[in-house]
Design a protein around this ligand. Structure first.
Ligand SMILES: *[C@@H]1O[C@H](CO)[C@@H](O)[C@H](O)[C@H]1NC(C)=O
Ligand SMILES: *[C@@H]1O[C@H](CO)[C@@H](O)[C@H](O)[C@H]1NC(C)=O
Length: 140
C-alpha cells in the first residue's frame, strides 16, 4: 500500500513538474527566437530566475499552473515563432499582434486545440493559415 501511494506520489509529482517545465522551455524558446526587443520588454519582464507565471504577459491557470494566455501585443518584437509553441497545450488566448514577427507560422500551432482567441495581425508572416481554422474548435 505504501509503495503504491509512494509510486502515485512520484508519478503525479514528476508529471506535474514536467508540465510546468515544458511551458517554461517553450517560453524560453520563444524568447530565444526574438532577435530584436527594442523596448527591452522580454529582458526586463521575463527574468529566468522567477516563475513564468509571474512574467508580464503570461497568465497561468491558478490550480495546475499551466500557461493559458500569452499577451505580447504591440511590443515591437522581431523574430520568428518556434515550433515549440505547439507545446503550450493549455493555451486558450494568444495575442502577438502589432510586432515584427516574420517567416512561416509553424504548423505545430495547430496542436493548440484549446485556443479561443488568436490575434496575429500586423506582423510579417508568410503563407496561408486560413486552412488551419478547423484545428481550433473553440475559436471565437
Ligand atoms: C503601440 O504602442 C505605441 C507605443 O507605446 C503606441 O503609441 C501605439 O498607439 C500602440 N498601438 C496600438 C495599436 O495599440
Ligand atoms: C516541443 O516541441 C518540439 C517540436 O515542435 C519538440 O521537438 C520538443 O521536444 C518539445 N519540447 C518539450 C519540452 O516537450
Amino acid at each position: 500500500m505504501m509503495a503504491v501511494l509512494l509510486l502515485h506520489f512520484i508519478v503525479s509529482f514528476s508529471s506535474k513538474t514536467t508540465d510546468i517545465s515544458t511551458d517554461r522551455s517553450t517560453l524560453l524558446a520563444l524568447k530565444a527566437h526574438v532577435v530584436s526587443d527594442p523596448r527591452n520588454f522580454l529582458t526586463t519582464n521575463w527574468p529566468v530566475d522567477i516563475s513564468i507565471c509571474n512574467w508580464v504577459g503570461v497568465t497561468c491557470e491558478s490550480r495546475n499552473q499551466r500557461v493559458i494566455a500569452l499577451n505580447l501585443f504591440n511590443l515591437s518584437l522581431s523574430g520568428t515563432i518556434p515550433p515549440d509553441m505547439g507545446n503550450l497545450s493549455f493555451l486558450t488566448w494568444l495575442n502577438i499582434g502589432y510586432n515584427n514577427f516574420h517567416d512561416l507560422l509553424p504548423v505545430q500551432l495547430t496542436n493548440l486545440y484549446r485556443l479561443k482567441f488568436i490575434s496575429m495581425s500586423d506582423n510579417n508572416f508568410h503563407g496561408e493559415i486560413s486552412s488551419w481554422v478547423g484545428y481550433f474548435p473553440e475559436l471565437q
